[in-house]
Design a protein. Structure first.
Length: 130
């Protein structure tokens, strides 16, 4: 029998996502976005680096979150979304910043589409400043 040494534990580095993505998550949280999550999807998707996923309890809150995300990201880096879809009914608003996407859901729409489950392989990124 050949003796082998145990494999050393290698610490995984925090996945890299654009800083504006973190600003977007904090902006959503500032307007009481629920269960705000940042997923690093770049290795899995290749089209974008990250998703910010959050939700509101009513359409007014969803729109308020969208406005705050857009304001804070613009102030942080001058970026505006390439496009914003879904503002008419505000059940699922998609803000496309190119390098990252912000999904702002109404609670029941978020539960139905369950992006966190769909992208369960994607690493979650810590975005809070605590």
């Amino acid at each position: 029998m050949i003796a082998t040494s145990p494999t050393p534990l290698v610490e995984q580095a925090e996945p890299s996502v654009p800083e504006e993505c973190m600003v977007a998550a904090r902006a959503a949280d500032a307007k009481s976005g629920e269960d705000t999550t940042v997923l690093a999807v770049g290795e899995l998707l290749g089209l974008t680096d990250a998703f910010v996923i959050t939700s509101g309890t009513n359409t007014r809150q969803v729109k308020t979150i969208v406005d705050e995300v857009e304001r804070q990201v613009k102030e942080a880096g001058g970026l505006r979304p390439v496009r914003v879809e879904g503002l008419d009914d505000a059940r699922w608003v998609l803000m496309d910043y190119g390098d990252f996407l912000v999904h702002v859901f109404l609670d029941e729409a978020r539960e139905f589409y369950d992006l966190e489950h769909l992208w369960a392989e994607a690493p979650r990124v810590a975005w809070r400043l605590d």
